[in-house]
Ligand binder design. Structure first.
Ligand SMILES: NS(=O)(=O)N[C@@H](CCC(=O)O)C(=O)O
Ligand SMILES: [Ca+2]
Ligand SMILES: [Ca+2]
Ligand SMILES: [Zn+2]
Length: 313
């Protein structure tokens, strides 16, 4: 469980209960399933939010993923907030209603439930980042586009950025990637926008991470410009700093590079609050920050949902 004073954060059991309740209370627009299981056998919950939710409609699809990194618990709260906002406010808030009626919104609140549970074991924060396979794989270095190509990850099992034994060697990244692959319908990827939430530093990041080139391979200048301009618009909305992933540091095997590299999905990483630490403290903001720091991203999320419906660049 979370340490005393931080009860506002959701344990895996509480996440599961909250998602079941949402699906029960808003069954007309909400469906709960899973994309597979974690290494230790926990369901990787998938929430779909849309009108006629039981049907696959010809509406742009958007994916939000959270908690790839175990200790980044604020991101799990961000995904739960997205679920709550687009279910509770449906039929009341016109902006929310319009998006639920015209998009198919997918949310995976915790990609790394094993790590998240381990991080709070015994009511003390462990500072854990990776999954719980062996000495742990950094899920955000285990994706299959240019995996391990460019000095942006480690081949040593004990490293915090250990890339795993192969692309998608972690069951968690494999399950999410298989779900995204399954959204290629009639040869066209239905998902057009994606945000992966991390903490911390208050940044909006766009691909590529594996190269410092502004226009990497598999990207046209126009597409690079679109990623930048949408990223900058979202950063203006939430007050984060916009930059290409590799401007921060080179990463290879990260989720954004695969989402764009493999599927041309407009894919971003949000590094949430706080802007600076110190150190490990930055991963554990007091639970009083959950509401303000998740609501802070509402406008940016709406920008991505809008863009998801725009004609492809
Ligand atoms: N959340 S974090 O681990 O501190 N930063 C992310 C940054 C992701 C990226 O640069 O694309 C990472 O290194 O995977
Ligand atoms: Ca629909
Ligand atoms: Ca669809
Ligand atoms: Zn992270």
């Amino acid at each position: 469980d979370f340490p005393a004073g931080d009860e506002g954060y959701h344990t895996y059991a509480e996440v599961t209960a909250e998602l079941r309740q949402a699906a029960q209370d808003h069954g007309d627009v909400t469906a709960l399933s899973s994309v597979g299981e974690s290494f230790e056998g926990r369901a990787l919950h998938l929430v779909k939010i849309s009108d006629h939710v039981e049907r696959d409609e010809a509406e742009p699809e958007v994916l939000f993923t959270c908690n790839q990194h175990a200790r980044e618990h604020l991101t799990t709260e961000m995904c739960l907030h997205i679920v709550q906002r687009f279910t509770d406010s449906y039929g009341h808030d016109p902006v929310v209603t319009q998006f639920v009626d015209s998009r198919e919104i997918y949310v995976i609140p915790t990609v790394n439930p094993d790590g998240a549970e381990y991080d709070i074991a015994g009511g003390r924060y462990q500072g854990w980042r990776k999954n719980r396979q062996g000495e742990g794989t950094d899920l955000n270095r285990n994706w299959g586009h240019r995996w391990g190509c460019c000095g942006g990850s480690s081949g040593h099992e004990g490293s915090e950025t250990y890339r795993g034994t192969a692309a998608f060697s972690a069951p968690e990244t494999k399950a999410v990637a298989d779900f995204v692959d399954s959204r290629v319908v009639g040869g066209t990827q239905q998902i057009t926008g994606h945000i992966d939430f991390h903490s911390y530093s208050e940044l909006v990041l766009w691909p590529y991470g594996h190269t410092t080139d502004d226009v990497g391979e598999g990207m046209t200048p126009d597409q690079a410009q679109r990623l930048r301009s949408v990223g900058e618009e979202m950063a203006a909305a939430n007050g984060y700093t916009p930059q290409q992933s590799s401007d921060l540091y080179v990463t290879d095997g990260d989720i954004n590079d695969w989402m764009w590299g493999r599927h041309r999905i407009l894919s971003f990483t949000f590094e949430m609050y706080p802007a600076d630490g110190p150190g490990l403290d930055g991963f554990y903001p007091p639970d009083e920050q959950i509401r303000p720091q998740t609501e802070r991203n509402d406008a940016a999320v709406d920008i991505l949902l809008r863009e998801a419906g725009a004609d492809r660049a």
